[in-house]
Design a protein around this ligand. Structure first.
Ligand code: SAM
Length: 369
């Protein structure tokens, strides 16, 4: 029991400490090349010595035509400064103090035609780039980090999972574009869903299912489910389910749309009792010829194209009430029944499907006569 408690508390403390792999960053960023030219990219939850985001953007600095790359790290990070030797650290910085890296020039010093780790090591030696201590603790909400945020065009990172709502709200407040990692569950957050509905934020292009491996600090409890050791690097990793990229930058995949093949049949698509819409249990079975409102699983958002569908709302509790979903008729009561959450009646019993996004097809096909 005590071991269980130790593990739970260690997990709680470390739940923000997942480090993104270079391969996952590469797979997503290639969709946004055109957005980066002449831009300042800010990594505001990233120790430049540790973060693969930093390594990625330094390597791509010239080919993307970046204007500036800024990275700041947080004093609370347990691995901050662990790998200072990688850069032959600037003598003006003290290991253990949060710092910022500002890069405006990247040279191919090795002359091999591309930027490699040896070139990255040279970064802060030329005097053109800056590596300095922060005054505060590197919190993305601190005044000095907000000043850097104001200067930035695009924020890219994997922010602390526990602060996702607050983090997105801050980026929206400052009107910044972003490409960040979060969990699919965030789609249903009352702070995030309206942004998705209004096409201000959408999912990225490269992750739509399965899990992803993230490196974790060396003292992460290996007993945790999904933990392992990477044979190549010797580093501990954990596999995390439900990971998605969230972005405000357009990418071609979100305009592809779904290939619909099913036709509407009232027997197959029951109508809700407390809202004028039909229920669809499987996204790819959205009827191609239905022109009214439809309730679809939340994973529809993975396939959502604003050219094909309009999102009307999320039919759960208060968000549901805000779009007119009615109360639950108590005579059909089930443990999942809630006012504002859609349900239908089958064989005299109430059926409450898991969270439904209400959508409308913008270009339905003509129904068969
Ligand atoms: C999920 S990790 C990802 C780290 C890095 N961005 C990456 O993808 O490899 C989130 C990081 O945010 C840091 N962090 C937590 N709270 C923060 C805050 N208020 N301000 C800035 N960084 C914070 C954590 O210490 C942690 O290193």
């Amino acid at each position: 029991m005590a071991e269980d408690r130790d593990l739970a508390s260690a997990k709680k403390q470390k739940k923000d400490e997942f480090y993104t792999q270079l391969s996952d960053i590469e797979k997503e960023m290639r969709y946004y090349k055109k957005h980066f030219r002449g831009k300042t990219v800010f990594l505001n939850c990233d120790d430049p010595f540790e973060s693969k985001f930093f390594e990625y953007f330094v390597k791509k600095f010239n080919s993307f035509g970046l204007k500036k790359l800024i990275a700041t790290c947080y004093a609370g990070s347990p691995i901050m400064g662990d790998q200072l030797s990688l850069f032959d650290i600037n003598p003006e910085t003290t290991p253990g103090t949060p710092y910022k890296a500002v890069v405006t020039k990247v040279y191919d010093k090795t002359g091999d035609g591309y930027i490699d780790m040896l070139d990255i090591k040279e970064l802060f030696k030329s005097g053109e780039n800056e590596l300095t201590e922060l005054e505060g603790n590197g919190d993305y909400r601190s005044t000095e980090c907000i000043e850097l945020l104001k200067e930035a065009d695009i924020v890219v990172t994997n922010p602390p999972f526990s602060k996702f709502r607050d983090y997105v709200a801050l980026l929206m407040e400052y009107g910044k574009d972003f490409i960040i990692i979060g969990n699919m569950n965030a789609v249903a957050y009352k702070e995030v869903f309206p942004l998705i509905k209004d096409n201000k934020v959408w999912l990225g292009a490269s992750i739509h299912s399965g899990d992803r491996a993230f490196y974790v600090p060396d003292d992460y409890p290996l007993e945790a489910a999904g933990c392992g050791i990477d044979e190549e690097t010797g580093r501990k990793f954990i596999r995390v389910k439900g990971v998605r990229w969230f972005t405000t930058l357009d990418h071609r995949q979100r305009h592809e749309g779904l290939d619909l093949y099913k036709r509407y049949d009232p027997e197959l698509y029951p109508r809700y009792d407390n809202f004028d819409a039909i229920n669809v249990d499987v996204t790819r079975e959205i009827p191609c010829d239905y022109d009214g409102l439809m309730g679809v699983p939340i994973t529809f958002i993975d396939k959502y194209s604003p050219d094909q569908f309009e999102i009307i709302g999320l039919a759960i509790t208060d968000l549901g009430k805000s779009i007119g979903v009615g109360d639950y008729d108590r005579k059909y009561k089930t443990p999942a029944s809630r006012d504002g959450t859609v349900y239908y009646v089958k064989d005299g019993k109430g059926v409450v499907p898991y969270a439904r996004v209400i959508i409308k097809n913008k270009h339905p096909e003509e129904p068969r006569k």
